[in-house]
Design a binder for this molecule. Structure first.
Ligand code: FES
Length: 165
């Protein structure tokens, strides 16, 4: 049972021990420790917040305060597919707003959210660097360009089928 009294079986906290040995002695390294924790777990689980606080002589509230302050930290696991939807100027002009509406409606999530089945997360991002393909989204490193709302939804459906196979 996890220390925060949630029902989760808890994270494998030992995975973080090397990081804490290297950086945990100095409270000024908290951001580095959180970055390393996110690399290990994919996000910052609550029991990891408690563990870091205990090992660094801090409080869970302080650690959580830093983790929530910086947008680089995720406090929930991301989906199997991370949709990075470009909201840069070229994509905006070419209809990324309509693409976002279609994705949000289809998946029933908002920017920053993850579907209940854990399959998709959506994150709006700045220019992805392939403006000639605008509007563009990138999913797990693959760019999908010249999107229309229907095309974007079709891509998500294909990935859903792929995940089910
Ligand atoms: S503005 Fe979207 S890729 Fe550049």
């Amino acid at each position: 049972m996890c220390k925060c009294n949630c029902s989760s079986a808890g994270s494998d906290l030992k995975l973080l021990d090397g990081v804490l040995e290297s950086y945990g002695g100095d409270k000024g390294n908290l951001i580095t420790v959180l970055q390393k924790a996110q690399e290990i777990y994919g996000y910052i689980p609550t029991d990891v917040v408690y563990y870091i606080a205990e090992k660094m002589g801090s409080t869970p509230a302080k650690v959580m305060g830093v983790a929530t302050f910086y947008t680089q930290f995720r406090l929930k696991p991301i989906g199997k597919y991370l949709i990075m939807l470009c909201k840069g100027t070229a994509c905006h002009v070419n209809g990324s707003g309509e693409i976002e509406k279609a994705i949000c409606k289809h998946l029933n999530i908002e920017d920053g959210g993850t579907t209940d089945d854990g399959l998709f997360s959506l994150k709006n991002v700045a220019c992805l660097g392939c403006c000639s393909l605008s509007p563009v989204m990138m999913i797990n490193g693959v760019a999908y360009g010249s999107l229309t709302p229907d095309k974007a939804v079709g891509i998500l459906e294909d990935l859903k089928k792929e995940a089910a196979e």
